[in-house]
Design a binder for this molecule. Structure first.
Ligand SMILES: [Zn+2]
Length: 174
């Protein structure tokens, strides 16, 4: 695994070899171009049904293939965080959300083919319009469960930040 800043061996604007790869931010000594490397924003939904069960979805591909997660994904340029969450949840599960309340934020890492980027996760507590109309996007997810998460779920989460958010949510409703 390589932190993304260590992959910038040359300046992407002027091509000058970097004297000190790995520094954050990247600054080119020749042309002063600067790269900040994020973190990028991602959203996660703590989606709760009328029985106060939480929706977990199982990832069909890496990172975290076969492990549990919360619906969500990266915030696109030009959209609000809430728009991103509604879009991602709809794309992955076909659920429409009617309430979204910010619950907590947590730093995360995203390993994509061995290059690690920094992410800030924003978790929202959400209520679906109709929890029964789930239809998973099969290229992304292969199972779902409405549950009061137990140790088996928590120890098999794709992302540590998802587990942290779930544990905080469970404490808040206990
Ligand atoms: Zn340069």
């Amino acid at each position: 695994m390589t932190p993304i800043e260590e992959t910038y061996l040359y300046c992407p604007r002027c091509g000058t070899k970097h004297e000190d790869p790995g520094k954050v931010p990247f600054r080119c000594a020749a042309c002063q171009m600067t790269l900040f490397f994020g973190p990028v924003a991602a959203v996660g939904g703590l989606i709760v049904n009328p029985s106060n069960q939480l929706l977990l979805v199982r990832r069909a591909r890496d990172p975290g293939k076969g492990q549990w997660g919360l619906p969500g994904g990266f915030v696109d340029r030009g959209e609000t965080v809430k728009q991103a969450l509604k879009r991602e949840v709809y794309e992955e599960t076909k659920l429409r959300l009617e309430t979204l309340d910010l619950f907590l934020t947590y730093p995360n890492h995203y390993n994509y083919h061995g290059v690690v980027s920094h992410v800030i996760d924003l978790f929202y507590i959400c209520r679906p319009v109709d929890p029964d109309c789930i239809k998973l996007e099969p290229t992304e997810l292969d199972a779902f469960v409405w549950t009061e998460p137990d140790q088996t779920h928590l120890e098999n989460m794709a992302f540590a930040s998802n587990r942290h958010a779930i544990e905080c949510w469970m404490e808040s409703v206990a």
